[in-house]
Design a protein around this ligand. Structure first.
Ligand code: FAD
Ligand code: NAG
Ligand code: NAG
Ligand code: NAG
Ligand code: NAG
Length: 499
């Protein structure tokens, strides 16, 4: 969402790339020989359906693609990349990694905003070959490969006029998104992506391939809904499908002089619109010395009811691309690749309500950190306001998933995203994101919102967020589950949230 939207309009990605993008520095690469030996062992153990790629000086395109991420700071130089072609091969690979105690990574769509969550200096597993989408009309479900991005899934389901509860902008991976929770354009209607899952194909840490459903493994079925890569490697997700018509919406970009109008329209929308087919996603951003807004509008039908979006549509804009279109086309109206290749970090705040006070504070944070971080190679400083309905978590029973830890209150995520150029600025950016989140939380608390300890969404939260803040009181159960299914801590060799 965020970034891209405005960046695409205000600044060509080529200009941004020229200014900042550090291509993977293969010349500086010195793979550690003990990891290279494990790569060779894997290469001779897997079937012909799988591939192992090594870094070479003349640039191995497959290796570069395998280790690559949306944020360059989430990429590391691995000793090799492995593209398993079957679930059994994933099992063989996990057994070798476990026996040799080799650090590894699992990457789906590579959109992790936290460094090291899907990267390694050891063996990098890229899931691209798990790329099938199968629609099961009889059960209203779709089997979706763990190597896909949502765009692929939407395109494959469009001929059947059905859809799943998935990502909102182009390029985001199915796997990490679904293993963390999943906030979608359809969340007001159907809940999170984890609320619409009927099963997983999972390769357990000991290499056994299994199918996890409510009935086969109720404990893992619960744990995988927010449990990330702690219980093994998922090769396939089975998601509930819903009928899909054409939709209405798209992107409007708005300049600094209209921020108050956007604030007012957002608060009014959040306070008055109860139609679950409607959603807005205003991203307040600071770019090239000034603030602005990238506003995404969505209605899950070819035409919205009169009135719902009028205040937004009346705001003078810089650009506007709003129409009746396919769901895929709507998702691609917000290109997410304009800041791709720069370093980046996310953090988040959970709110109960988007009030005038909160919106004013969001504008202030955008300007304050925008100005300050521009001096430290910050190229795109953004705050992504997500005013879901307060009923968003009520679509599945309390206790049905590891995340969210409680469904008693409808927590609304706000995503902080900083894109920047210099590796030397990493710590300043992390610290700014923490301070900004703390300040916004304080603003909410001081107006009476009880969110000082509210759960934070793990796919947005910065890497050192205590696990209790993500999964709450589920942490003990998750640790128990982890000890039961991964007694040798094989998955501990991979980065990410660790139970
Ligand atoms: C531009 C952009 C837009 C976004 N929009 C949304 C949004 O609308 N809603 C939302 O909820 N989130 C959104 N996010 C956050 C998104 O959910 C996370 O970035 C998520 O991690 C993406 O999944 P991925 O597969 O691309 O990530 P990856 O970096 O590939 O993986 C993330 C984590 O999942 C693990 N993992 C990946 N594949 C597997 C597997 N097969 N088995 C086990 N573990 C695995 C990895 O090891 C890693 O720890 C967005 C992020 C970006 C950058
Ligand atoms: C925003 O709302 C406030 C409070 O109602 C009002 O005073 C102000 O004029 C509005 N601004 C715009 C641009 O609509
Ligand atoms: C603006 O944000 C900064 C940084 O969080 C904060 O110190 C300052 O008090 C804020 N100003 C206002 C008027 O809210
Ligand atoms: C792998 O783990 C599963 C789940 O704990 C167990 O049922 C299975 O027997 C194990 N397989 C082997 C070969 O140890
Ligand atoms: C809200 C809703 O319909 N949720 C469904 C999501 O998918 C699962 C699995 O098919 C169903 O059990 C839920 O009822």
């Amino acid at each position: 969402m965020r970034q891209s939207l405005a960046t695409a309009t205000f600044l060509s990605s080529a200009a941004l790339a020229a200014a900042y993008a550090p291509p993977p520095g293969l010349e500086s690469l010195q793979p550690r020989s003990e990891f290279t030996a494990v790569c060779k062992q894997i290469s001779s153990a897997v079937s012909s359906a799988s591939e192992v790629h090594f870094p070479v000086l003349d640039l191995n395109a497959a290796y570069v693609k395998d280790i690559g991420h949306w944020a360059s700071s989430s990429t590391q130089q691995a000793a090799c990349s492995v593209e398993p072609g079957t679930a059994e091969d994933v099992g063989t690979i996990l057994q070798i990694l476990g026996k040799t105690n080799t650090p590894f990574a699992v990457k789906g769509g590579g959109h992790a905003s936290n460094p090291g969550f899907s990267s390694t200096e050891g063996v990098h597993i890229a899931m691209y070959k798990f790329s099938d989408v199968t629609y099961n009309a009889g059960s209203n479900t779709a089997d979706v490969g763990a190597g896909l991005v949502w765009d692929d899934v939407y395109a494959a389901l469009e001929p059947y006029a059905v859809n799943v509860v998935g990502g909102r902008v182009t390029g985001v991976g199915v796997a990490g998104f679904t293993l963390g929770g999943g906030y979608s354009w359809k969340t007001n209607q159907y809940g999170l992506t984890v609320d619409n899952l009927s099963g997983y194909e999972l390769v357990l840490p000991n290499g056994t391939v299994t199918t996890v459903t409510e009935s086969s493994y109720p404990d893992l079925f619960w744990g995988l809904k927010g449990g990330y890569n702690n219980f093994g490697i998922v090769t396939k997700f089975t998601l509930k499908t819903y009928p899909q018509t054409e939709v209405w919406g798209g992107l409007i970009t708005i300049t600094a002089d209209q921020l108050e109008a956007v604030n007012n329209a957002t608060v009014k929308f959040a306070q008055t619109v109860t139609d679950p087919k409607a959603a807005v996603l205003p991203t307040y951003n600071f770019l090239l010395g000034g603030p602005g807004v990238s506003l995404l509008l969505f209605y899950d039908y070819p035409t919205p009811p009169a009135g719902i979006f009028d205040d937004f549509l009346a705001i003078p804009h810089l650009s506007k691309d709003v129409s009746t279109r396919t769901f895929s086309d709507l998702v691609q109206a917000a290109p997410s690749d304009a800041t791709a290749g720069t370093r980046g970090i996310f953090h988040t705040v959970s709110l109960l309500e988007y009030t005038p006070n909160i919106m004013a504070a969001v504008v202030n944070e955008t300007k304050f950190w925008g100005q300050r971080l521009s001096l430290a190679s910050g190229s795109f400083i953004s705050y992504d306001v997500e005013p879901f309905l307060p009923t968003l978590l009520s679509h599945a029973p309390e206790g049905s998933s590891a995340y969210p830890p409680s469904r008693a209150r409808g927590l609304l995520p706000l995503n902080i995203y900083y894109a920047y150029g210099a590796e030397a600025a990493d710590n300043d950016m992390y610290e700014a994101a923490r301070q900004s989140a703390a300040h916004l939380t304080q603003v909410a608390v001081s107006e009476g919102q009880d969110v000082a300890d509210a759960a934070l969404y793990g796919n947005y939260a910065i890497f050192d967020t205590p696990l209790e803040r993500v999964v709450g009181s589920n942490l003990d159960s998750l640790k128990g589950l982890k000890a039961q299914y991964d007694p040798g801590n094989v998955m501990g060799l991979a980065g990410g949230w660790k139970f």
